[in-house]
Design a protein. Structure first.
Length: 126
C-alpha cells in the first residue's frame, strides 16, 4: 500500500481499504505505520517521499517568500449609479431606465414614463 505523505490527498481516488488505512495511520510515523500494516495484513512499502523539512528550514523559506511577494493590482470597482432625487437616467448597456431617490437607485423600468410614475406614486417626485 502507498504511504500517503502528500499534504493534498485526492480522497475520491482512494479505495475503501486504502481510505480506512489512511484514516487509521493519520499522523503516525514510519514505524507505527509498519506496525499497523503488519497487524492488519497489509504489505508495507517504505516511505519513498522525502520526509517534511525541519521547522527551521520552513521558517527561513517562509521569510524569503514574504519578502518576494508583491501586491497584486486592486480589483476593478463596480460601477455605481448615483443621481439626484427624482432624476431618471438611461443605462444603455442594460437597456433600462433607472430612477433615483436619496442618492440610490430605487427603480429600474423599461420606459422613462414607468420610472416617472413609480417615483411620483412612491416618493411624490415631480
Amino acid at each position: 500500500m502507498i504511504n500517503w505523505t502528500d499534504p493534498c490527498i485526492n480522497w475520491h481516488q482512494l479505495g475503501s481499504t486504502e481510505l480506512r488505512r489512511l484514516l487509521g495511520t493519520w499522523g503516525m510515523d514510519e514505524k507505527s505505520i509498519a506496525k499497523y500494516d503488519a497487524k492488519h495484513g497489509h504489505v508495507h512499502t517504505p516511505l519513498t517521499v522525502a520526509p517534511p523539512a525541519k521547522k527551521a528550514e520552513v521558517k527561513e523559506t517562509a521569510k524569503t517568500v514574504k519578502k518576494t511577494v508583491t501586491k497584486a493590482a486592486p480589483a476593478p470597482k463596480r460601477q455605481k449609479h448615483t443621481g439626484a432625487d427624482g432624476e431618471i437616467k438611461y443605462v444603455r448597456h442594460r437597456d433600462l431606465y433607472i430612477g433615483f431617490w436619496g442618492g440610490k437607485v430605487v427603480v429600474t423600468k423599461r420606459t422613462k414614463e414607468a420610472c416617472k410614475e413609480f417615483l411620483k406614486a412612491n416618493f411624490k417626485a415631480d
